[in-house]
Design a protein around this ligand. Structure first.
Ligand code: AHR
Length: 656
């Protein structure tokens, strides 16, 4: 190209840029770089897990066998049996899971006896990966007995096989490793009696050898890593409605979720029948992923654990009046459960519950600081019970921060009744829940601007944008509007101390509720655009809020623009988040006021989440449709200039 042609090309390119610029909207923001405002709590962005959508059993909990102890109410649910198989419970090995099976030889050389487990909508096996099969067994004969273990694919081919010799007349745990010769999403586990006598089997279990952090009673690695990668500051567990139960008998009882896994009793999962149109009769909780494991995971992720305890109320939606309420005068056992939980988490190893924790492998305390009392309870019945709990917890553990509820809705009668009551009880944080449509998210970025600064802080404990028009997909629209709304949480970080999206996990073949932050099948996971929004905020939460304005006003929806800014003392950088929910391209200049003259900032590590199609989602087939991409920006004389496409969440980091 000769010089003249080059000049023409350059001029043409420049004219296109200035043409575009002329037709883009231009906005001027002002960032007060001098005044480092309210502290952003380390707990600001977190995660909330509930065993809904097969999130725990069949999901994060890496156990592949469903109904491993034969103690579902239909004792053989999830199992096919062939030959001579009997369910027994006399002289049980584990008193809280009494059932076991006796497999006996048919008496004919060509007829087989055995059992086959279907897993949670199949079992996922990876080619060349190893799996740890274990079983408690005893020979009921004078001879040793033999078991043959096989993985079966969806075509009924054997893709792994191993044998075990049951050499004891007493119960004993046996273990063998199998390596899968093929990848299979919908496999099964088959166990044959391969000898001529009888054998009793109990707690038949199969885990991938590789779990998160290599733990034996471990978590699915890909899912746990995805949670860790959010960089959550707080981890709320175990629910949600499962804390309440449909009745008190089936509430989440943390004491049943600890100790040896074999003796953690099966509990009914209320999501098995909550929605008649999404009925899952095989949905039970094994409690294999129990409170100890939840505390461990919090620790692994560097998140503050936040357990929720039952307040003496079963689900108020499902129990019209008082049939499932513990009378206020009879709450002792429930209150004691809460106090014991704090001791389990924090007590030294000479305390009753601290000793239990130490025996499970964690002598050091978990350093629990927060406890939620009740899920999304409401009414006078909640307040009077919460009062009993707060008094008891404060007397014994005055430093513990207590979280109360504002009911199931973001506003309205119950909400308006509960907030003043929470103030009277002086709870430390109030949990708010909102599953709302895009319009609400669009209009609510100023929600906390006028909240009372003297009362309890806010925990946005469950929220998600529900785009009903799309069937509540995790589409880009919902993610973008959540990001827009979250700038309002961040701007108000002096009063909003925690927020957690909900629900967290969903099995593609077994979900009850959508949208959800991460979807998965038996081998793969899908991080939704909503996941990336949470991650971008959580990884860039900064340490102090900064004032960011346009025309001296917060940027909270005018012209479809939303923005917030924080300073990060550790990274020594200013972080600006801008969301453009409109279609058109925009140019934004952010002037940083109050910087010393000799200070020159540089912009790098900036990201954007952008998609022209608001209805697009990530899927198992196309998991990377919408992911964060590097964003370009220019720093000139300490003014940040960015050009943003329509439908964009941009995050810019300006380093000192
Ligand atoms: O997140 C799903 C459910 O929504 C939770 O269990 C409950 O707290 C809320 O109603």
């Amino acid at each position: 190209m000769n010089k003249r042609v080059k000049t023409l090309v350059l001029l043409f390119a420049l004219s296109i840029i200035s043409f575009q610029h002329a037709f883009s909207q231009n906005y001027e923001f002002v960032l007060d770089a001098k005044k480092k405002g309210a502290v952003v709590q380390s707990t600001m962005y977190g995660l909330f897990i509930e065993d809904i959508n097969f999130a725990a059993d069949g999901g994060l909990y890496a156990e592949l066998v469903k109904n491993r102890s034969f103690d579902f109410p239909q004792s053989l649910m999830g199992w096919n049996t062939f030959g001579k198989v009997d369910v027994k419970n006399n002289q049980p090995l584990f008193n809280r899971n009494p059932n076991y099976l006796v497999l006996s030889h048919s008496g004919h050389a060509h007829k087989h006896t055995g059992i086959e487990n279907e897993g949670y909508r199949g079992m996922g096996f990876q080619k060349d990966a190893s799996y740890r099969f274990s079983v408690w067994a005893k020979s009921l004969d004078t001879e040793n007995q033999k078991l043959r273990i096989e993985f079966i694919n969806s075509k009924n081919d054997i893709i792994a096989s191993a044998e075990l010799s049951v050499d004891s007349r007493d119960w004993k745990k046996y273990q063998v490793s199998l390596t899968s010769s093929a990848t299979e999403y919908k496999g099964r586990l088959r166990v044959f009696l391969a000898s001529k006598g009888s054998v009793a089997v109990e707690h038949v279990s199969l885990f991938p050898a590789e779990t998160y952090k290599g733990r034996e009673n471990g978590l699915r690695k890909d899912l746990a890593e995805a949670l860790n990668d959010v960089n959550p500051g707080v981890f709320r567990f175990p629910g949600g409605c499962i804390v309440e139960g449909t009745d008190l008998e089936t509430r989440y009882d943390w004491k049943k979720s600890i100790g040896p896994v074999e003796n953690r009793p099966v509990n009914e999962n209320r999501w098995h029948y909550t929605f008649a149109n999404r009925f899952f009769p095989d949905y039970y909780q094994s409690y294999g992923l129990g409170f100890y494991e939840y505390f461990l995971l919090s620790e692994d992720m560097g998140a503050e654990p936040l357990p929720i305890v039952n307040v003496g109320l079963a689900c108020q939606y499902q129990n019209e009046c008082c049939q499932a309420h513990v009378p206020v005068g009879e709450l002792d056992a429930y209150v004691q459960d809460a106090l014991d939980l704090i001791e389990f988490a924090n007590g030294d190893i000479n305390t009753t519950w601290g000793k239990v924790r130490a025996e499970m492998g964690h002598a050091a305390p978990f350093n629990l600081k927060f406890i939620g009392v009740g899920n999304e309870q409401w009414g006078e019945e909640y307040v009077e019970r919460l009062a009993v709990f707060t008094k008891a917890i404060r007397t014994k553990y005055p430093e513990m921060k207590i979280i109360g509820s504002s009911g199931p809705l973001a506003d309205g009668e119950q909400f308006n009744f509960l907030w003043p009551e929470m103030k009277k009880l002086k709870v430390d944080l109030v949990d708010e829940h909102y599953y709302k449509d895009p319009e609400w998210f669009k209009n609510s970025a100023t929600r906390y601007d006028k909240y009372d600064r003297k009362g309890p802080a806010v925990f946005a404990g469950e929220y998600a944008c529900h785009d009903h028009a799309s069937g509540k997909d995790n589409n880009f629209l919902s993610a973008l509007y959540e990001a827009a709304f979250m700038t309002g949480l961040e701007r108000n970080a002096d009063i909003v101390h925690m927020c957690t999206y909900a629900p967290l996990l969903a099995h593609v073949d077994a979900w009850q509720w959508k949208p959800d932050m991460i979807w998965f099948d038996n081998l793969s996971i899908v991080k939704t655009p909503n996941y990336y929004v949470q991650q971008l905020f959580a990884k860039n939460k900064g340490t102090n809020v900064l004032s960011l304005t346009m025309n001296k006003q917060p940027i909270a929806g005018d012209n479809g623009l939303y923005a917030s800014a924080v300073y990060d003392k550790m990274e020594k950088c200013y972080i600006v988040k801008i969301i453009n929910i409109n279609n058109g391209k925009i140019n934004v200049d952010v002037a940083l006021n109050g910087l010393p003259k000799d200070k020159k900032l540089t912009v790098s590590n900036s990201f954007m989440l952008q998609c022209d199609n608001l209805k697009l989602t990530n899927s198992l087939e196309n998991p990377n449709n919408i992911t964060p991409k590097p964003a370009s920006a220019v720093m000139n004389n300490n003014k940040l200039s960015v050009e943003m496409s329509g439908y964009t969440f941009g995050l810019y980091k300006l380093y000192e």
